[in-house]
Design a binder for this molecule. Structure first.
Ligand code: DX5
Ligand code: ZN
Length: 215
């Protein structure tokens, strides 16, 4: 089953609720929520208060992508604000297993993420412990970038590692995914597709329908 997880980083924040209702109405169940601290990545986005606000308005599945240093400092806050899945970067902490355990203890789904220059092998020790691996297809920090084609090879590598271990995990791609390259990402082994600028522009419902046709 392939899943579309639209990234609200590209939404119109003046009309955030309307934008979220538009993707939901088009049949989307997941929302990708990018949290940036201006330290792990150069930009700053939004955090717990925004997540808590939108949690009140929708029952969609919140896929929270933490681009923050030492995520262990904030796992409790993100769980409380309404995350369903908490996804952090393996590059951002010294103890990946401890952060995974923290998220599990709070009853949330767990994701781990790698940046473009981090090898696929760095997630192998944790595959049994997580629900999802996110392979970034751009340097994290900004929406609307062009994807780095070499990253797609890591999707295939991780899918193979998971298959070899008999694990049916989600593999997510994020960054520069659009209607022209989504099929390549799926063929490589991805089943959760993040798209920001390709969804939240012009006619949101139509963009979602076009993605769904290709998934
Ligand atoms: C980038 C974020 C992405 C971003 C994707 O650091 O992690 O989720 O919103 O945006 P697009 O799809 O426009 O590349
Ligand atoms: Zn993201």
């Amino acid at each position: 089953m392939n899943i579309l997880s639209p990234s609200i980083l590209s939404a119109d924040f003046w009309r955030l609720g309307e934008n979220i209702e538009a993707v939901k109405k088009a049949g989307v169940e997941w929302l990708h929520i990018d949290v940036m601290d201006g330290f792990f990545v150069p930009s700053i986005s939004y955090g717990m208060p925004v997540i808590a606000s939108i949690r009140k308005g929708t029952d969609m599945f919140f896929d929270v992508h933490l681009m923050i240093e030492q995520p262990e400092r904030y796992i409790g806050d993100f769980a409380k604000s309404g995350a369903d899945l908490i996804n952090f970067h393996v590059e951002a902490t010294e103890d990946v297993e401890a952060v995974i355990a923290q998220i599990r203890e709070l009853g949330k789904k767990v994701g781990i993420t790698i940046k473009p220059n981090t090898p696929a092998s760095s997630v192998e020790p944790y595959l049994e412990l997580v629900d999802m691996v996110l392979v970034m297809t751009v340097e994290p920090g900004f929406g609307g970038q062009k994807p780095i084609p070499e990253c797609i090879g890591k999707v295939t590598e991780i899918r193979r590692m998971a298959d070899d271990k008999g694990l049916d995990i989600n593999i997510q791609v994020d960054g520069g995914i659009n209607l022209d390259n989504v099929e390549t990402a799926i063929a490589a082994g991805a089943n959760v597709i993040v798209a920001g600028s390709a969804v939240f522009k012009d006619d949101i419902g139509e963009n979602v329908c076009k993605f769904m046709e290709k998934m």
